[in-house]
Design a binder for this molecule. Structure first.
Ligand SMILES: [Zn+2]
Length: 138
């Protein structure tokens, strides 16, 4: 069987998003926070989606949240993930009020996965260059 490489993040705008990936590499979760209205937002973008201010900064996040919704992947679109199935593809509601797409780890799939379960971030060093934030039961 052929070896398939898992795809890595492709940044549309590295100047905008590199701080997030640098923090992930340090096993820190950071989020954009508007300095005008003080609200967090996700994903990173030029202007705050709440008040359109372009003044925002990266701020440390708690890494805590709850499972907003999920699906169990049993048949991956990319064969590089064949050995991972079944796995939980999740939308995580963070304490800061934003939702982040990730995977659940350290959980029995599917029986251990439930809507609203408390989660905490963990970091998967997938290569020397890339670390992906993932979530596990808290
Ligand atoms: Zn704002």
């Amino acid at each position: 069987m052929a070896d398939y490489e898992k795809p890595l993040p492709r940044q549309a705008d590295p100047a905008l998003t590199q701080p997030f990936w640098d923090a992930a590499k340090r096993h820190e979760l950071i989020l954009p926070r508007c300095t005008k209205c003080s609200r967090h937002f996700w994903y990173p973008r030029q202007a705050c989606p709440h008040c359109l201010s372009q003044d925002w900064e990266w701020t440390p996040a708690s890494g805590k949240g709850r499972l907003h919704t999920f699906t169990i992947v049993r048949q991956p679109q990319n064969p590089a993930f064949n050995d991972d199935v079944p796995y939980a593809y999740a939308v995580v509601q963070l304490e800061e009020g934003v939702r982040m797409v990730s995977n659940l780890v350290d959980v029995e799939v599917p029986d251990g996965v439930a809507i609203d379960m408390p989660l905490e971030v963990t970091f998967d060093d997938v290569t020397e260059e890339w670390t992906l934030p993932k979530f596990r039961p808290a």
